[in-house]
Design a protein around this ligand. Structure first.
Ligand code: ACM
Length: 701
C-alpha cells in the first residue's frame, strides 16, 4: 500500500501548527523525524488506530519520573511499577530517577485514568487510550485501567536509544481496539503447563494487548482443575499434574492485573475420558480404564439421559464459578462421538422418547439442559462450532474452529461469535498467513448488524505436541501478528512492515519472560551436548516444524512421545525465510548493482555456512540418539548451499549453465522438499527462483 494513503479510522488529517505535524495512515508506517536525524520508523505492535508524529524527542534523563494525576488503584500502581522496571532494564537509572523525584517535582509522564473499570472485567469495557509525547513531557489518558495499561505498553514501544540516551519521539496516539474479544487459548490437558508458564504467557498477552485467556482445563488426557467436591477428578485423572484452586485464583488475579479475562473451558459431553475415569457413573458406554495416551477423538461421553449427570455438572459449575468470575463459561462441545449413545439401549430409548433421530439432537438437548445451570451460576454459555443449534438462545458465544464459513453461518442466524479457524498455531502457518486472516474481511457478505455479532477472535494452542519447554516458541512471536489483526484497523495489511515490527516485538516478549528465543537454543545445547551449537544453529535457522497433521502422521505423537528433538529446537516461520527472500529479490533486482552485489555476497556467505555445517551435523547425527533423524537434512542443507553457490556464480559471471544444469539442481531441491525429520526448509522457493534466474541468465550487469 502506498505510504500516502489515509484509509484509517478517523480519516486523514493534516494540521499546520507551530510544529509541523505529519499524519500518516496506520496502514503505512508512522514516522517520526527530528531535525538533523534520519527518519525513525516506529516499532509499535499492534499498530495503533491513529498516530500523529511531531518533531523532537522526549529524553529520559535523570529527571524522568512517572506518576498519576487523579485517583488510581493498586492495579495501576503495580502496572506502573512493572513498566518502570522494564524501562530500567533497557535504559538504566530509571528506578533511581523515579525514587529521587519528590512529591513536588513535575511529572515527566503523567497517567490519568478516569476510573478503574469494572470489578469483573467485561466484554464491553472501554480499552481506549490517548498518549501524547512532546519534548517536554508525556501524558497518558484513558477511561479505565485497561486503556491506561495498553498505553503503558505503547509508551515502552516508543522508546529507542540514541547518543547514549533513551528517548521517545514526539507523537500523539489515539488508540482503541477494533475487536472486543482478543483471546489466546491454551490446552493444558494433553500436556500440562505449570503456573509459571501460564503467567509468562499472560505477560506476553499484555504486551500484545490481548484480553482473554481461554484455559482449556480438561480433555481426554487429563483433568487439570482441582475440585473439592469431586476430588477424584484430579486424584484419578491428572497424574498429579493439576492446578490447585489457590493456583487458579492466583492465575485469575494475575490476568486481571494485566487487563485479561480468564474464560475456563471444561469440555463436555465428549473429550471427557479423564472425567469419566474419575466418575464412571456418568458414562454412556464402557468404563474408561486409564487416561488414553493416544490423542484424537475418543468414544467416552457423558450420559445426557441421566439426571445425575446434570446434578454433577451443576455442583461442579457452581464450584468453578466461585473461582472464575468471568461472565462466560466454555463448555467445549466439540467432536462429540455419539457412538456410545446410539449403542446404549437405555440412551437409544431415551432418544426415541424425546423424538431425537441423531446424536447431534441429543447433544443439543444436553446443551439446553446446561443453560439454566450456567444461568443459575451467573454464566453465559460459550462453546465450539458444534453447539450452534437453533434451539439455543442468541447470547451464547460460538467459537468457530472449522472455518470462516461457520462463523458467518452463525452470525447469519443471529449468533454471537469469535473466529479461531485460521489461528491454530499448531498448523505451523506463517505469521503472514495468520495476520492476513481477518475475522471480518473487507469483502464480508455479512450485514452491518450481523458484523456487530463478531466479537473478535482467539488464537489456539493445542497441547498434543508441546510441553512447558516448547510452548513459548510455538506461541510467540506469531501470536503477536494475530493480536495485531484483532486490535488494529482492517486496512493494516503491510506484511513487510508487520515482520519488521514483529522482530522487535519478539525481543520485547522475551524480555518480559517468554522463552521463544532462548528455549529452542537450550534444546539445541541439550541435544548437541555442547555450549557452542553453531553448526546446528545454522540448520535450525532455515528449518521449521511441519504442521500438526504431518507431525502426527510422521511421529504417531502420543502422550509419551519424547518432545525436545530437533523438530522442537526449530521455530515456525523463522526470520531467515523473510531475510533470504529479501536477499534473493535484491540480488535479482535490475538496476541496483551495488545493492545486488551486497545481497549476493550475503547469500554466498550463508550458502557457504550451510556447506560447512552439513558434514559436522552429519557426523554428530551418527553419534547422538536425539539427532539421529537429521543426518539426511544436514546433507540436503549442504547440497542446497552448493546449488545456491552455483546459481550465484552463473548470475555473477553472466554465463549460461549447461542445458541439463537446471534439471539437476531442481532435483536436488526437490529432494530437500521431501518429508524428513519432521522439519522442512524455508528457503526452497527462493532457491528455485535463483536457479530459474541463473538458467535463464536473467541477471542484470
Ligand atoms: C477443536 O479443535 N476440536 C475445537
Amino acid at each position: 500500500m502506498a505510504r500516502s494513503e489515509c484509509g484509517f479510522v478517523g480519516g486523514c488529517r493534516v494540521r499546520a501548527a507551530f510544529l509541523v505535524l505529519i499524519v500518516f495512515s496506520v496502514a503505512a508506517v508512522a514516522w517520526g523525524e527530528a531535525p538533523g536525524n534520519a527518519p525513525e520508523r516506529l516499532r509499535l505492535m499492534p499498530l495503533p488506530g491513529h498516530v500523529e508524529s511531531g518533531a523532537g524527542y522526549l529524553v529520559l534523563d535523570t529527571y524522568f519520573n512517572a506518576g498519576f494525576s487523579g485517583s488510581h488503584d493498586a492495579r495501576l500502581d503495580a502496572a506502573l511499577d512493572r513498566m518502570l522496571a522494564r524501562l530500567d532494564r533497557h535504559c538504566g537509572e530509571v528506578l533511581r530517577a523515579q525514587a529521587a523525584s519528590g512529591d513536588g517535582s513535575p511529572r515527566v509522564l503523567t497517567i490519568r485514568a478516569a476510573g478503574p473499570g469494572n470489578a469483573v472485567q467485561s466484554v464491553d469495557e472501554d480499552e481506549s487510550y490517548r498518549l501524547k509525547v512532546t519534548p517536554a513531557m508525556a501524558e497518558l489518558t484513558a477511561a479505565t485501567d485497561l486503556g491506561a495499561m495498553h498505553g503503558m505498553e505503547t509508551f515502552l514501544q516508543l522508546v529507542s536509544t540514541e547518543n547514549g540516551t533513551c528517548r521517545l519521539p514526539s507523537v500523539t496516539i489515539d488508540d482503541a481496539p477494533r475487536f472486543r474479544w482478543r483471546g489466546l487459548m491454551i490446552d493444558v490437558s494433553r500436556h500440562f503447563e505449570p503456573v509459571d508458564v501460564i503467567e509468562r504467557t499472560l505477560d506476553g498477552m499484555a504486551v500484545a494487548k490481548l484480553n482473554v485467556f481461554h484455559w482449556h482445563l480438561s480433555d481426554d488426557q487429563g483433568f487439570r482443575a482441582e475440585s473439592k467436591k469431586f476430588p477424584r477428578l484430579t486424584e484419578a485423572a491428572s497424574e498429579g499434574r493439576f492446578y490447585t484452586q489457590e493456583q487458579m485464583r492466583e492465575v485469575v488475579a494475575y490476568a486481571r492485573a494485566r487487563g485479561i479475562r480468564v474464560v475456563p473451558e471444561f469440555d463436555m459431553p465428549g473429550h471427557t475420558s479423564s472425567l469419566l475415569l474419575a466418575y464412571p457413573e456418568y458414562e454412556s458406554g464402557e468404563a474408561v480404564r486409564e487416561l488414553p495416551a493416544v490423542f484424537g477423538i475418543h468414544e467416552a461421553v457423558l450420559d445426557p439421559s441421566n439426571e445425575n449427570t446434570y446434578k454433577f455438572i451443576d455442583a461442579f459449575v457452581g464450584e468453578m464459578s466461585a473461582i472464575f468470575p468471568d461472565a462466560y463459561f466454555h463448555i467445549g462441545g466439540d467432536e462429540t462421538d455419539g457412538k456410545e449413545w446410539l449403542a446404549n439401549p437405555r440412551i437409544a430409548a431415551f432418544m426415541q422418547k424425546q423424538g431425537f433421530k441423531t446424536s447431534a439432537e441429543l447433544q443439543a438437548y444436553f446443551n439446553r439442559r446446561l443453560l439454566p445451570i450456567l444461568a443459575r451460576h451467573g454464566k453465559k454459555m460459550m462453546g465450539w462450532d458444534e453447539i450452534l443449534n437453533p434451539a439455543l438462545p442468541k447470547d451464547i458465544v460460538i467459537q468457530s474452529w472449522r472455518g470462516e464459513a461457520s462463523l458467518a453461518a452463525g452470525a447469519a442466524q443471529g449468533y454471537v461469535g469469535i473466529l479461531s479457524a485460521p489461528y491454530y498455531l499448531d498448523a505451523q502457518k506463517t505469521s503472514e498467513a495468520m495476520f492476513l486472516a481477518d475475522p471480518l474481511p473487507a469483502d464480508t457478505k455479512l450485514t452491518p448488524d450481523q458484523q456487530r455479532l463478531i466479537l473478535g477472535g482467539e488464537v489456539c494452542m493445542w497441547g498434543e505436541q508441546i510441553n512447558a519447554q516448547t510452548i513459548d516458541s510455538r506461541n510467540w512471536p506469531r501470536t503477536m501478528a494475530i493480536a495485531e489483526r484483532f486490535w488494529s484497523p482492517q486496512s493494516d495489511r503491510d506484511v513487510a512492515d508487520m515482520y519488521r515490527r514483529l522482530r522487535m516485538a519478539s525481543l520485547e516478549l522475551e524480555d518480559v519472560g517468554l522463552t521463544h528465543i532462548s528455549g529452542p537454543q537450550k534444546i539445541r545445547r541439550s541435544i548437541w551436548g555442547a555450549e557452542d551449537t553453531a553448526p546446528l544453529d545454522v540448520l535450525a535457522a532455515v528449518s521449521e516444524p511441519v504442521s500438526f497433521g504431518e507431525r502426527y502422521r510422521g511421529q504417531h505423537t502420543d502422550a509419551l512421545t519424547t518432545l525436545g528433538r530437533s523438530v522442537d529446537a526449530v521455530v515456525p516461520d523463522p526470520p531467515s525465510r523473510q531475510e533470504i527472500a529479501r536477499l534473493v529479490d535484491a540480488t535479482l533486482a535490475p538496476g541496483h548493482a551495488g545493492e545486488s552485489q551486497a545481497a549476493a555476497m550475503e547469500l554466498r556467505r550463508r550458502f557457504m555456512q550451510w556447506q560447512a555445517a552439513a558434514p559436522v551435523i552429519e557426523a554428530m547425527s551418527r553419534r547422538s540418539p536425539m539427532l539421529s533423524d537429521i543426518g539426511q537434512r544436514a546433507q540436503q542443507l549442504g547440497a542446497s548451499g552448493a546449488v545456491g553457490l552455483d546459481a550465484l556464480s552463473y548470475l555473477e559471471t553472466h554465463s549460461a549453465p549447461a542445458p541439463e544444469w537446471k534439471a539437476r539442481e531442481m532435483a536436488i531441491l526437490a529432494d530437500a522438499d521431501q518429508p524428513s525429520a519432521l522439519v522442512r526448509f524455508v528457503f526452497l522457493p527462493e532457491l528455485r527462483k535463483l536457479v530459474e534466474a541463473a538458467a535463464a541468465n536473467l541477471s542484470q550487469p
